[in-house]
Structures are given as C-alpha cells and as structure tokens.
Design a protein around this ligand. Sequence first.
Ligand SMILES: O=C(O)CCC(=O)C(=O)O
Ligand SMILES: [Fe+2]
Length: 211
Amino acid sequence: MHGIAHQPSMFDLVDEPTLGRLEDRIQRTTLTRGAWVDHLPGWVGGSESILETLLGDIGWRAERREMYEREVDVPRLLRWYDVDEELPHPLLTEARERLTAYYAEELREPFVTTGMCLYRDGRDSVAWHGDTTGRSSSQDTLVAIVSFGSPRPLMLRPRGGGGDSLKFPLGHGDLVVMGGSCQRTWEHAIPKTAKKVGPRVSVQFRPIGVS
Ligand SMILES: O=C(O)CCC(=O)C(=O)O
Ligand SMILES: [Fe+2]
C-alpha cells in the first residue's frame, strides 16, 4: 500500500488515506426478494484527512431534496455532486472508480453521482425509505456508501414490514453496498440516537438516474 519510493514521515504515515482490497474481503448478505447487502469495515484507511475535508466548507445545504416517494423529514445537511463535478478529495474519486470496476459485471454501468449527507450529531437521522427516485423505482441497481466519522448503524427492513430489521454498523472508513432489488423491496434508515456521537459523513455513489 505504501510502496511509494520516498521516505515516509510520521505525518504521511498517519495522514495518507488508502483504499484496501475489495476482492475476497467484502461480505455479502443475501436478503429476501432479490435484495442483497455487501459490507466491508475499514475499506478506507487513514481517512482523518478526508473527514476533515468533508467537514469543511464544501457547500453543505440544509434544504430538503425531493428524493423519496414520500416526504420525509431530513434532519441532516446535504451536498450533491452531479456527474462530472469534481469531488472534494481525490481518494473519493478513486473509490468511485474502484467500485465501478469491482461491480462492473453486476452493475454494467459506472457509478457517476455522489450524494453526501452530514449527520451533525445523534439528533440528525434519515427516516425509513428506499432510494426510489428515477430508474431505481422499477429496476435493480446498486448504491454504494462509504462512511466517515462517528459510527452510526444503517438499519434495513423489508418494505411493508413483517420482518426483522438488520443492523449494519457503519464506522470510519467502512463500505456498505445495497444491491439487487434492495431499494424497491427493502427500506433503510439511520435512526436518531440519544448517545453522544460526533459528526458522521455518508458518501453515496450511484449510477445515472438513480437517487
Ligand atoms: O447515511 C447513510 O449512509 C444513508 C443515507 C441514505 O440512505 C440516503 O441519503 O439515501
Ligand atoms: Fe437512502
């Protein structure tokens, strides 16, 4: 990983963000109705500098985006990077490319947009929903999420209820990918918590026409 031919200083060792391997490390959980979730804790190493960048002035907005089929309260800040808008940290661009390559066979198109959410503390959250604006309302797709900062659990439950919910802890540098019919047949949420938690930034990569 650190095979670059220069003398690393302490600062480099602590600060330089890196992407780990995806092959053979990512764990798939098969859900019902053609949905699945991949999970890889600690995919991004040394991600302090990325978090610092993301917590800076990158244009966070408090506005509500019309993302979901029903209006949900969105107590969190949002930043949407459309196709071709440069991401605020080069490692995020590399992460998107690596995910496009890794999922090429299943996705058959690149991840192109990057949605970011900032959960300032435990009162910020997102209610149960699927990302069903656009093609994902009727087609299988993939949504890849890389999480930075304070750990928060991503909850999943079958749409319409009637099943146990699953919990994927998302810590600093962790990757989770929702695939298959997951956006249509399951719902996900980041619940509020009374615990004292610091800020968390979620970075979501999606193909064109999915949000
Ligand atoms: O915070 C997360 O990782 C999930 C965000 C999410 O579900 C969304 O923005 O659609
Ligand atoms: Fe979502």
